[in-house]
Ligand binder design. Sequence first.
Ligand code: ATP
Length: 280
Amino acid sequence: TPATKDYELSRSQIELGEIIGEGQFGDVHRGTCTIGRNKIQVAIKTCKPASDMAITEVFLEEAYVMQQFDHKHIVKLVGVCTENPVCIVMELAKLGELRAYLHDNKSTLRLPTLLLYIYQLSTALSYLESKKYVHRDIAARNVLVAAEDTVKLADFGLSRWVEDCSYYKASRGKLPIKWMSPESISFRRFTTASDVWMFGVCMWEILSLGVKPFQGVRNNEVIGKLDNGERLQLPPGCPPRLYSLMVACWQYEPSKRPKANQLKDSLFEIMNEEKSQQQE
Ligand code: ATP
């Protein structure tokens, strides 16, 4: 991937700290990266050594994708180290995974904060839509918490390989069926409209404080339910207007779903409406 050249880091710039997660290709560490006189906190995704070149290239694909984006609610690439052991260096989301954060802070998180997160993610989705990029794996598990009032969309690249990379298929096994649109499940058709469907599920997960969709339902039963017109239920405490927006994202016909930038505008309104109601 020659386009990653500008982002090349030398090993000496990177300092590995504790492990904070496990990725598809290897551990993810907290650490630091020294650029000029600045030492910044970063997350470092490693690729297990002894991987063959093809796998290393798939691993680096994520960096190549991230490099094209510059948005405050999308995790930023800091750089890559392309000599073995290969790694990807990203900005650190200090508070970790959103789902765990929602679980841990159940008792203190309030609706305005959840709406803020959803709104921030919709700005990222709208940005991706404007770049004609299809993410394919919009879900709460791919959202990281940078600060109490800031979330970021993560996990790029891999999802694009669902169809053409046997490695991904073999090791990952299952597709995220419960998040996927009917046309994605049935025909492996992924578009900005199917991303909008997934965003609807992601909004539902956030309002449900990290509950996963279709609990107790088997993957192979999901498409039947969707075909029957069944949808995820109104989460407790979810404003009806927000639920209507989710339901709009789950229109069977992709062209009838809202566009990401419309979602963003509606969410902005809902967020402010709720804010003024809370103050009353
Ligand atoms: P998968 O697709 O199976 O989720 P992956 O290879 O895409 O794996 P990630 O999910 O991106 O890996 O990363 C694994 C974990 O590492 C995350 O769930 C998160 O806990 C942590 N992590 C990744 N990136 C960051 C980051 N920028 N800041 C903080 N933590 C991170």
